[in-house]
Design a protein around this ligand. Structure first.
Ligand SMILES: Cc1cc2nc3c(=O)[nH]c(=O)nc-3n(C[C@H](O)[C@H](O)[C@H](O)COP(=O)(O)OP(=O)(O)OC[C@H]3O[C@@H](n4cnc5c(N)ncnc54)[C@H](O)[C@@H]3O)c2cc1C
Length: 558
């Protein structure tokens, strides 16, 4: 008997045999729910036989038989009632456990977020994504009609979503396009490093969403909760259903602040900050200005993260301020990085290392932040050097800049669109979903091995737009993405090491080396970041002007 735990109170299993019942008692179970009708299969004891074997051993039993695919709202109510009344823990079973898992999932729909239910079921080995629509409807059977239908639906109106909407309209202004995003404000996140360094004002990095969504695109101001790719449907909050001809998925990634114990409680206080949040980047700058001496730690979590250079950019701009103000010898700077290298593309490392040396910073590789006590000014890191057992170290600090752990958004992880790691599973050149032909993804949410940056989204958007338009015209993919991403490393105020590279770490410089040599700090690259990239973002990328981002033609296979 293969028992799968789905919650503290309930486990599920395939068909129970009479010989299993004493084992259940030994394992501490106190009740059984049978969800399989009698006589379905030859190998199955009847419910009365189960009752006769279980009750003398002190187990309570309940018979709630359901037929696959025909679970009524009354069945769900009866299951919830049984779970309230029976002593715990309970074991529920049917032929495979799936009907019991479905009943449990639906019984939780009014009390837990859908993604938590789908994720608990998935962890126990049951794919409940087919019940998403009903889960979104509080567990009750929904009406089957879609609220609206569009040629193209885009999930997420961040850097990738608005850029791809604009690039689609540029190619086919007649398309009915909907973009779904609950946010009122759209952020230019690449500007937050500059806010943390006292160069930009926070307001320069934010605009209202409504002012950016291209004219003619329908904005559905709500969140997507689940996908039904086999029905070409998306479930929105409140169980609205939207149908699409083609779908483009780009909801970014999840900053997992709660993965570090104590972090959420102390962010923005006690010297703990992060440029990864709009409201906290100004706090970075105020801490940097006020720190006269002591210990400053900059952290980097395991990959993948968005803008892999951002954790060290915060270090360089802070250290540059202390360097210029004669405080560098009084401030002990550490870069505690869960990874084992300063930067993933080796050509840029010598220039970066020279700044680490200038600022006398300690590089602590394989150090992963796991807990913070802000009031006590203490942090704990798991140190996992290759070939050595993991050890936990405690350190104190006066200022700490945290880059949070990152993962795919919960509603993506539990969807049929994700790979084993939770990211959307795309072909890396066309950005088309590997399983569902009428779905594409771009931006931070995909499993393509590019650097997760707005620069990548700038190049990806025209590729996806061209391929979607070709598909609508009945043609195969026409455009290809080479993995381009860019990371302008702000090594000092006024100079940048401009890392630009594609799949496999191949260098892909945008400018001739006499103008910008990416492997060396340059003023021209700083000018690009400070003065040119913001207008390129707001006025070109988000408006379908594909400046230096024309899609490359897809080579046909030989
Ligand atoms: C501190 C920092 C520095 C950075 N520096 C740089 C840099 O120098 N250069 C660079 O190129 N990149 C940089 N980046 C990275 C860049 O900002 C991201 O890679 C880029 O924003 C990704 O775009 P995206 O559209 O995939 O996600 P996002 O821009 O994050 O947008 C995602 C959108 O999806 C929406 N959404 C989420 N869930 C749902 C849902 N359930 N339903 C509907 N909508 C949903 C959100 O509201 C949001 O509007 C930096 C990022 C940070 C945080």
């Amino acid at each position: 008997m293969d028992i799968k735990r789905i919650s503290d109170k309930l486990s599920l299993s395939e068909q129970l045999q009479l010989a299993d019942i004493p084992l259940l008692v030994e394992q501490g179970y106190r009740s059984i729910i049978c969800n399989r009708p009698d006589g379905e299969g030859a190998d199955q004891p009847t419910f009365e036989e189960i009752r006769s074997a279980a009750e003398p051993l002190g187990l309570d039993v309940r018979f709630l038989p359901v037929v696959p695919g025909q679970i009524s709202d009354e069945d769900v109510t009866a299951f919830s009632q049984a779970m309230r009344e029976l002593p715990k823990p309970t074991l529920a079973f049917c032929r495979t456990g799936t009907r019991s898992a479905t009943l449990w999932s639906l019984s939780q729909a009014s009390s837990q977020p859908i993604s938590d239910i789908l994720s608990a079921a998935k962890a126990a080995g049951y794919d409940m994504s087919g019940a998403a629509r009903r889960l979104a409807n509080g567990g009750k059977t929904p009406t089957n009609q879609a609220d609206a239908s569009y040629d193209v639906v885009i999930v997420g109106a961040g850097a990738a979503g608005i850029a791809v909407a604009a690039s689609l309209l540029k190619r086919r202004s007649d398309l009915e396009i909907a973009i779904i995003d609950p946010a009122d404000i759209h952020y230019y996140q690449p500007g937050w490093t500059m806010v943390g360094g006292g160069i930009f004002e926070p307001e320069e990095t934010a605009k209202t969403m409504g002012s950016l969504i291209p004219k003619g695109v329908h904005w559905l101001k709500t969140a997507v909760t689940a996908f039904e790719p086999k029905n070409d449907s998306i479930i929105l909050e409140g169980c609205r259903v939207i149908k699409y001809g083609r779908m483009i998925v780009c909801p970014g990634l999840k900053l997992d602040w709660n993965k570090v114990e104590g972090l959420s409680d102390t962010l923005g206080r006690n010297g703990v900050t992060s440029n990864y949040r709009y409201d906290l980047a100004p706090y970075t700058w105020s801490l940097v200005q006020s720190l006269e001496s002591g210990k400053a730690i900059f952290t980097q979590p395991p990959m993948p993260i968005k803008c892999a250079g951002a954790p060290q950019k915060a270090l360089y701009l802070s250290a540059d301020h202390w360097y210029r103000n004669g405080r560098i010898n009084d401030i002990d700077i550490s870069f505690n990085n869960a990874g084992g290298v300063l930067f993933g593309v080796k050509e840029y490392v010598p220039a970066l290392q020279s700044y680490i040396d200038r600022y006398q910073a300690s590089l602590n590789f394989f150090h992963n932040l796991v807990a913070v006590d802000g009031a006590a000014k203490k942090a704990w890191f798991d140190v996992s050097t290759p070939d050595e057992p993991v050890r936990r170290i405690e350190t104190d600090f006066d200022m700490m800049h945290v880059c949070p752990p990152q993962c795919a958004p919960d509603f993506i992880k539990v969807s049929p669109l994700s790979d084993a790691g939770g990211w959307i599973d795309v072909e890396q050149t066309t950005l088309r979903h590997k399983t569902f032909d009428n779905i594409w993804a771009l931006g931070d949410v995909t499993n393509a091995p590019n650097a997760k940056t707005a620069a990548a989204a700038r190049k990806q958007a025209p590729v996806v737009a061209a391929n979607v338009v070709a598909d609508i015209a009945g043609k195969s993919a026409v455009a290809s993405y080479d993995g381009y991403g860019s990371c302008p490393l702000t090594v000092e105020r006024g100079k940048i090491v401009l890392a630009e590279f594609g799949y496999g770490g191949k260098l892909l410089p945008s400018f001739p080396s006499w103008l910008v040599d990416g492997s060396k700090p340059s003023r021209a690259a700083w000018f690009l970041k400070e003065k040119m990239l913001p207008p390129i973002y707001w006025k070109a990328m988000l408006r379908g002007r594909e400046w230096m981002a024309e899609p490359q033609a897809l080579k046909s296979p030989d």
